[in-house]
Design a binder for this molecule. Sequence first.
Ligand SMILES: Cc1cc2nc3c(=O)[nH]c(=O)nc-3n(C[C@H](O)[C@H](O)[C@H](O)COP(=O)(O)OP(=O)(O)OC[C@H]3O[C@@H](n4cnc5c(N)ncnc54)[C@H](O)[C@@H]3O)c2cc1C
Length: 392
Amino acid sequence: MKSRYDVIVVGAGPGGSISAKTCAKAGLDVLLIEKRQEIGDPVRCAEGVGKEALINHIPPDKRWIAAEVKGSKILAPDGTEIKMSEEASSGKAGYTLERKVFDRALAQQAAMAGAEVMVKTRATGLLKNNGRITGINAMYMGETHEIKADIVIGADGVESKVGRWGGINTALKPEDIDTCAQFLVSNIEAGEYSKFFLGEKYTPGGYVWIFPKGKNTANVGLGILGSKCGTVRPISLLEKFMETYMPQGKILEIVVGGVPVSGPIKQTIADGLMLVGDAARQSDPLTGGGIINAMDAGKMAGEVCIKAKEKGDYSVKILKEYEDKWRATIGKELSKSLMVKNLLVKLSDEQLNQLAHSLSGIDTSKMALPKVLPILFRKNPKILWELRTLFI
Ligand SMILES: Cc1cc2nc3c(=O)[nH]c(=O)nc-3n(C[C@H](O)[C@H](O)[C@H](O)COP(=O)(O)OP(=O)(O)OC[C@H]3O[C@@H](n4cnc5c(N)ncnc54)[C@H](O)[C@@H]3O)c2cc1C
C-alpha cells in the first residue's frame, strides 16, 4: 500500500470494482479496498440480473452463472399468474448469479486493469483539507493508515458511512428500506422462471421471490418495508412461506440484509468525493435490484474521474457531470419505480387480484413491464390513478 493514489475506491462490490476498473484502464493509479477478508462473501443478495444489462460490463462466464431463467412470473395473492418473457422482464430475469464468484471476477478485472486491491482493509474516516476530501483513514491488520487521493469513491453499500463522513445526507427512514431474509433452498423443483409473489398475505409492503439456482435449488426470500414491519420478523414470514409452499425444502444458507428503496437522494458528490451503488441509494425502489445500477453508476463515476484527472480539478464543478449523468438515466427509472412502489404498497390483496384479473386474455409473455403498466392503467384507472403522470 502506498501513501497516495489518484483514486481510492471504498468497497469491492459491483459498483466499486467497476469504478476501479474504469479508472485503472485509463492509467489512473487506483486503490480498491474491501473490509471483508473475502470479496463477495458473505452474499447479501438474491443474485437475479438482466442478461443484456450485465453483458455491457462483463462477458458471461459459466463460473458465475448459477442458472439461466426463461422469464418471470408475477403471482397475485389469489394465485393469478402474469408471465413475462426473459427479454420483457427487464431488470430481474435473465441470470441467477453466483455472487461469491461474480464479485471476485469483477475485482479481478479491476486488478488486471492495474488497480491495487486490498482486502481486510476498512475505511474508518475521510481526510479533509479546507472542506475538500483528500483521502481516507484505513485500518489494515490492526494498524491505521492515512492514504491520500485526489478522489475517493464511496462504494460501501447499504451500510455506507463514506457519504456521511463527507457531509452527504444518506440517512434512510423506515419507509426507505426493505428488510430482507432469504434461504438458499434445496430439494425443490426450482422451475425455469423467477417468481414474485405479491400481497400482504405473504409479506407487508414487499414481495416473496424465488430465483432458481439450478434444477433443485433456489434463492427463496422476502422483504418487508421498514415502515410496515411492526413486530414481524422477515425470517418468521419466510419460515411460514416455506412451511406452506415448499415443506420438503432443505435450507442450505441464510441471508439477511437491507435494500435501500428511497429513490434518488439529493446529493451524491462533494469536493473530492463520489458515491456509487447502494451507498448512493441507487437500487430500484420497486424491485430492490441494485447490481446493474451499481455497475452502471460505477462506470459513469470512473469516466468522470478520468476527466477530472485530465483537468486537475476534483471539485463538484467537474464531478457534477457524474451527478447529472446518473440522474438522467438511472435516476429517471428510480423515480418511476418509486411512484409505482409507493402505490403498490397501499393496495389491498383484493386490488392486486383485480389488477391481475384485468390482464386475463392478454398475452403478456412477449411484453416488457413498461408495456404492461399502461394496459393495467387503462383497465384500472381508479386503482392506479396516482400513476397517471406516467401514462397521460
Ligand atoms: C436480500 C437481498 C436480495 C437482493 N437481491 C438482489 C437481486 O436479486 N438483484 C439485484 O440486482 N440486487 C439485489 N440486491 C441488492 C444488491 O445486492 C445491491 O444493490 C448491490 O450489491 C449493490 O452493489 P454495491 O457495489 O453498491 O454494494 P455492495 O455489493 O453492498 O458492496 C459494498 C462493499 O463495500 C464493503 N464495505 C462497506 N464498508 C466498508 C468500509 N468502511 N471499508 C471497506 N469496505 C467496506 C462491503 O463489505 C461490501 O463488500 C439484494 C439485496 C439484498 C439485501
